[in-house]
Design a protein around this ligand. Structure first.
Ligand SMILES: Cc1ncc(COP(=O)(O)O)c(C=O)c1O
Length: 372
């Protein structure tokens, strides 16, 4: 995707970039992509990375080249863009609801191999009517709630009732089941349990004569352990390409696996223990996490990890400095690991890809803000 890169020169040193910029360490990105692809191969499951993390066609292409079977996405707009860029196998792990969306969904289903999430007959019936009316069949994945409390039905009787109900609708084919469990204190135990709940749920459906091709699970924290559960066919980690302060905090990623930082600059030093940087909620989002011993923080300073970004305004981030960070002066650069990298990337126009501190590429976040 083309992006205006006039201000950024190839081989430019990262330290001379304008701020704020999202800077991705290419070596780390490539290692993350290759590492998870190899892990999935070893575990005998398909890897279908969630593209909402990067929203970038160049990164999607690298995931595919490393062995991903396709992408997971949430929104139709993201899927339309990725399909145009050549991704021909997409799972919309999301309930697509609303009249204006159905024609777009059917158009896309004719162009690529598309699957879509369903967790009720209210979601399934309009989709079935539209598909049957257009003379096509749409593959759906039934969403199971394994404890997150978002979308999905309980894995026992409610899932069986949903599968039977959807199975009776013309225009739809049940292709499998999926879940997203979110973050829990012990990611490995949570992943194993997630896998076991889902395999038991799939077996129960099969026992009732319902075909279940795919059992799709996982996230960056739970995907590894869930992939090892026999009967799981697919994992959908997203955040793993970049990682962030949350993954670091939960012990899911090591510092050398954090590929993306927000390069910011100190613009004010109003007190000996306070710095203000040029990234606020329009860059870092308003998310926080327990990254500093001083209290909730809107991200982590890569080189001074116990500093607390205690307050954001739209364009300002206030940092409570630890003793070693008091050396920071107005004009100094600060790398911030975002609290949650996915919405942070969604706010950016571009990613600057660097190796050994030198710019190699500038890639557009082409699907940014594609929320419809
Ligand atoms: C349905 C679904 N699948 C997969 C993922 C990927 O999870 P993560 O970004 O933690 O790897 C998400 C993340 O929000 C999700 O909502």
């Amino acid at each position: 995707m083309t992006v205006d890169t006039a201000a950024i020169k190839p081989s430019q040193a990262v330290g001379t970039l304008d701020t704020p910029s999202l800077v991705v360490d290419l070596d780390r990105l490539e290692r993350n992509i290759a590492g998870w692809a190899e892990y999935a191969r070893g575990a005998g499951v398909k890897l279908r990375p969630h593209g909402k993390t990067h929203k970038c066609v160049e990164i999607a292409a690298r995931q595919m080249a490393a062995g991903a079977v396709g992408l997971s996405l949430a929104k139709l707009g993201e899927a339309e863009l990725m399909a145009q860029a050549g991704i021909t196998d997409i799972f919309l792990a999301y309930e697509i609801v609303g009249g204006p969306k159905l024609a777009r969904l059917l158009r896309l289903a004719r162009e690529i191999r598309l699957r879509v999430g369903v967790d009720s007959l209210e979601v399934a019936e309009p989709l079935a009517r539209a598909a049957a009316g257009a003379g096509c069949t749409v593959d759906v994945m039934l969403e199971v709630d394994t404890g997150l409390g978002r979308c999905g039905v309980a894995p026992g009787e409610p899932l069986l009732a949903l599968a039977r109900g959807v199975g009776r609708l013309p225009g739809l084919r049940v292709a499998g089941i999926f879940t997203y469990r979110g973050y829990r204190p012990d990611p490995d135990a949570a992943g194993r349990e997630e896998g076991e709940i889902m395999v038991a749920a799939a077996d129960r459906l099969r026992g009732a004569g319902i075909r279940v091709d795919d059992v799709s699970v996982g996230s960056t924290p739970t995907g590894r352990a869930a992939a090892r559960v026999r009967g799981i066919t697919e994992i959908r980690p997203g955040t793993y390409v970049f990682n962030d302060a949350t993954q670091l905090h939960w012990g899911v990623a090591r510092p050398e696996e954090c590929a993306l930082t927000v390069l910011t600059r100190v613009i004010s030093r109003p007190a000996p223990d306070v710095a203000v940087v040029d990234a606020g909620s329009k860059v870092l989002t308003a998310e926080t996490g327990p990254f500093s011993s001083r209290g909730p923080s809107h991200g982590m300073l890569r080189d001074y990890p116990d500093c607390q970004i205690d307050r954001l305004w739209e364009e300002h981030g206030r940092v409570q400095l630890t003793a070693d960070a008091r050396r920071l002066r107005v004009g100094d650069l600060v790398h911030v690991l975002p609290a949650h990298v996915c919405p942070t990337v969604n706010l950016a126009e571009r990613l600057v890809l660097a190796r050994n501190g030198r710019v190699e590429h500038v890639w557009a976040v082409a699907a940014r803000a594609r929320v419809q």
